[in-house]
Design a protein around this ligand. Structure first.
Ligand SMILES: Nc1ncnc2c1ncn2[C@@H]1O[C@H](COP(=O)(O)OP(=O)(O)O)[C@@H](O)[C@H]1O
Ligand SMILES: [Mg+2]
Length: 332
């Protein structure tokens, strides 16, 4: 629900992150604003290199500084600024209050430990549970993610599981401590379509059964559409549009969003050539002046080169940042 302040879980304001490299400074995030409520799946979508993973890392406190440098902004989780915490405080929040799942479960699961040990260890650490109770709960979670309650998976090492099973095991680990917030960074990108649908269904059940807030990050708008209550579109380190999912699809305002929507394969248009957006996301070292999208925008005018458009509220929480809204349109 829009504007339900008491339900707000995550509030990111003006987040600016640079990467300091020998070649120069790359501006990865240039003022991210994003709010997420309890019990909401918020899709963060944009092309590769637009700043999605860096945003996710700031929330989980996994951003390494250096090479990164946070120049401005706040990442308030339940009212506390993740950026101001000590590493110890962040570690306590991560895993217990914030769960994470990634594209590559192999990187997250420890190859040297059995799946059961990895889940029970976090339960014992965060809840001081005894071994018996932790094992019982681990089996419950493995059952919930569709891996069966038997002991076989508990006793397996990550390399003994298929890709889809590893993804499910990682989800079981991420939710074992009942986190209020789940960060899912491209969790289905490496999976085939059937598995992708199963994992999406599972993530939706997490929201329903545990009222988790979920930030679902993907470069794929059709996947984000499948699952999100609200969607934010990111381009070159800024959110350019945010709205309830149905609104974004019914009446997209930003030219970038409109072009992204046109690039989705649609059953009715099957057989037609897929439109792609010419050009690519600028790298952080060469972000354009003014509106970051102007070099690729078919509507751009001279003023778009000079003026950074602010986010404007068009009602019911639908916000977009483009000077040309209401003046010029990209037709489908
Ligand atoms: N460790 C790093 N060193 C230098 N630049 C980085 C690093 N990580 C990310 N970046 C830069 O930050 C920008 C955003 O990256 P990222 O958040 O990974 O994009 P996305 O997840 O949307 O594909 C990119 O321009 C990328 O090159
Ligand atoms: Mg990424």
């Amino acid at each position: 629900m829009d504007g339900a302040q008491d339900q707000q879980l995550l509030d990111i304001r003006g987040l600016e992150v640079d990467f300091v490299q020998p070649r120069g400074v790359a501006h990865a995030l240039r003022g991210i604003d994003l709010q997420l409520n309890r019990g909401e799946i918020h899709g963060l979508v944009g092309e590769s290199g637009s700043g999605k993973t860096v945003t996710a890392m700031c929330i989980t406190g996994l951003l390494r500084t250096p090479p990164a440098r946070v120049n401005a902004g706040r990442v308030l989780f339940g009212g506390r600024d993740m950026l101001q915490m000590t590493e110890n405080q962040r570690r306590r929040v991560r895993g217990k209050e914030i769960g994470m799942i990634f594209q590559e479960p192999g990187k997250y699961l420890n190859p040297a430990y059995r799946i059961g040990e990895q889940i029970t260890e976090s339960l014992r650490l965060h809840f001081q549970m005894d071994r018996h109770e932790a094992t019982r709960q681990a089996r419950e979670f493995l059952g919930f993610v569709g891996l069966g309650k038997n002991r076989r998976i508990l006793r397996s090492y990550p390399h003994e599981l298929s890709g889809g099973m590893k993804q499910r095991a990682m989800i079981a680990m991420a939710i074992a401590c009942h986190p209020a917030l789940l960060i899912a960074d491209e969790p289905t990108t490496a999976l085939d379509v059937t598995l992708q649908l199963q994992i999406l269904r599972l993530i939706r059940r997490l929201k329903q059964e545990f009222s988790m807030g979920i930030l679902f990050v993907s470069h794929d708008l059709s996947v984000v559409r499948e699952i999100s209550d609200r969607i934010s579109v990111i381009y070159a380190g800024r959110i350019v549009e945010t709205a309830a999912a149905h609104r974004l699809f019914k009446s997209p305002l930003h030219p970038y969003t409109r072009l992204l929507l046109l690039s989705i394969p649609d059953a009715a248009k099957r057989g037609m050539r897929l439109k792609t957006i010419p050009g690519s996301v600028p790298d952080g070292e060469h972000t354009p002046t003014g509106c970051g999208f102007h070099p690729r925008c078919p509507l751009a005018e001279e003023r778009c080169r000079h003026r950074t458009p602010p986010m404007v509220d068009y009602g019911q929480g639908h916000r977009a940042a483009c000077c040309l809204i209401g003046e010029k349109w990209i037709d489908s």
